[in-house]
Each structure stands twice: as C-alpha cells, then as structure tokens.
Design a protein. Structure first.
Length: 105
C-alpha cells in the first residue's frame, strides 16, 4: 500500500464491459521527505486507480496495487491493478504529524 494524492480524473468511453460505471482517477504517489521526515513529498509519478470510495481531486488516499487490488468486494471481478481503499485523515511519523486532512481544508 502507499499514500497518493488524487490529481485528476480519467474518462474512457470505450472499455471492457466489467469496467463500465467505475470511476477512474489519476493519483500521484507521495513519500516521506528523507531529510526532515516531517512532510510528504510527491514522487512525480502518476497512476490510474479505480475509485472504490467516491474520492475527490486534492484528497490524499491509500492505494493498493497488484493482485491485492482485486481483493475488495468492489473490484474482485475487475481487471484492475490499482484501487483506492481509504481516504487519509492523518499521517504520524516519529511523534510528528506529517499530514492532517483538517489542515488541508
């Protein structure tokens, strides 16, 4: 699993039948700043993930990838490699709050 920020959405009018009705979002993984360990930094990479929760642009989310992405009830029969399984409220590292959803609003 990893933390990512929802940066946009993706529309595909032609797709396999099992994917019809599933919202696709662009997400950018984040990582802990290796120098200060007090903030999250973007990685510069982008993934497409199935939204199982109804997320919005700008939210930090928890992503699972690979075969684990097909272990949720919503994705068990889908040809997916990444799914959003949680919306991040807070991240704490070594007694520091490196992210809080409340401070982002």
């Amino acid at each position: 699993m990893f933390i990512a920020k929802v940066t946009g959405s993706l529309v595909a009018t032609q797709k396999v039948e099992t994917m019809v009705g599933h919202k696709l979002l662009l997400v950018e993984p984040y990582r802990l700043d290796p120098e200060t360990r007090k903030l999250l930094l973007p990685t510069g990479r982008t993934f497409v993930a199935v939204d199982a929760l109804g997320c919005g642009v700008g939210e930090y989310v928890l992503i699972t990838q690979g075969s684990s992405a097909r272990l949720t009830p919503e994705t068990s029969k889908l040809p997916v490699d990444a799914v959003i399984i949680g919306i991040v409220d807070q991240v704490h590292v070594e007694q520091n709050c490196v992210f809080s959803r409340e401070s982002e609003i």
